[in-house]
Design a protein around this ligand. Structure first.
Ligand code: PHE
Length: 346
């Protein structure tokens, strides 16, 4: 006995139920589950189509058409709902990553030169403008260049002036930039006019001394270089660096590698040379700023320069000392602490 189409669940009823569930589905996984449930191989509409064989032949075409229409409606609904859910997902993702373009931005935070680099650059610029060219030498030096060739033979008492860091039998961290004088004179004949900026090391550590600090060495050698040239160069140099007409005073001193030797003072840049209660110059009105002198003939002998033909002057200036005076910094350790509150002031 042929079954009637009415014994089957009506395709319209199936699709009505399916359409409602598709509309209510909230994600693509449940949507896919619905597709399988209704349109899959063992799906309910597919099942309805399979039942076609059990219908009377006359009913088959009409019933088949109804099933197909129901399938088409489901297909369309699945596609539409899928698209809707995709859009909703995208909107949610956009919202989650939303940027409020009306908020104020973070300004760029540009770097700037460290006050020591700045001072070093200024010193080199001023001396560069006076015809001195920059030379460099190693920070790990041998005994010969740091001491011996600078007229400080072993056991020379002047070696005690500098608290040396030894890093090997014959190796020291250079205690000053003066060894660069030797290295330059070893490789080139006079005349020469050089400066040698760089780090130097001494076993010393307090508010005004750091175990590592910086010097700029100066050396000029030629025929007829006199002490007056030294004084003129230093006076011009110091006035340009401090950007004012500071007083300059030379006091007799001693260095093994210069003769005669001087210590050079500038009028106190804090109290304007008035002295009195000034804590920086301790009331003297003067600040010791560098060491200098005429190159000792014994140094020329080590590098093979003829002291009868050539004379020269040399000086060594502390970069931290100049920076501290220029910018009113009272503790040398501020230069190396990396404290941004300090650094941002420059
Ligand atoms: N090298 C000396 C120091 O570090 C400074 C100096 C350099 C003195 C050149 C005279 C000539 O104290």
């Amino acid at each position: 006995m042929a079954a009637s189409a009415h014994d089957q669940q009506l395709p319209e009823a199936i699709s009505e139920e399916a359409l409602a569930r598709i509309q209510a589905s909230s994600d693509s996984a449940s949507l896919e589950a619905l597709r399988v449930e209704y349109l899959g191989k063992k799906g309910r509409l597919t099942g309805a189509l399979r039942a076609l064989g059990s219908l009377a032949p006359a009913e088959r075409p009409a019933f088949g058409q109804r099933v197909n229409r129901a399938k088409e409606a489901l297909d369309a609904a699945l596609a539409a709902r899928g698209e809707e859910l995709r859009l909703r997902r995208r909107e949610a993702a956009l919202e989650a990553s939303a940027v409020d373009v009306t908020l104020p931005g973070f300004g760029p935070t540009p770097g700037r030169p460290h006050p020591l680099s700045r001072t070093l650059t200024e010193i080199c610029d001023v001396l560069g403008g006076m015809g001195f060219t920059v030379e460099e030498g190693p920070e790990v030096e041998d005994d010969y260049h740091n001491f011996e060739a600078l007229n400080m033979p072993a056991d020379h008492p002047a070696r005690d002036m500098q608290d040396t860091f030894f890093v090997g039998d014959d190796r020291v961290l250079r205690t000053h930039t003066s060894p660069v004088q030797i290295r330059v004179m070893e490789r080139q004949p006079p005349p020469l006019r050089i400066i040698a900026p760089g780090a130097v090391y001494r076993n010393d550590d307090d508010a005004t001394h750091s175990p590592m600090f910086h010097q700029v060495e100066g050396l000029m050698v030629d025929r007829g270089v006199t002490f007056a040239h030294l004084k003129g160069v230093l006076t011009t140099f110091l006035r340009r660096v401090f950007e004012r007409e500071v007083g300059v005073r030379l006091r007799p001193s001693f260095f093994p590698f210069t003769e005669p030797s001087v210590e050079v003072d500038v009028g106190c840049v804090v109290c304007g040379q008035r002295g009195g209660e000034c804590r920086v110059c301790k009331g003297t009105g003067w600040l010791e700023i560098l060491g200098a002198g005429m190159v000792d003939p014994a140094v020329f002998a080590h590098v093979g320069y003829d002291p009868e033909e050539f004379t020269g002057f040399a000086f060594g200036v502390g970069v931290e000392r100049i920076a501290m005076l220029k910018y009113g910094i009272d503790d040398i350790r501020l230069f190396y602490g990396g404290d941004l509150r300090f650094l941002r002031q420059f």
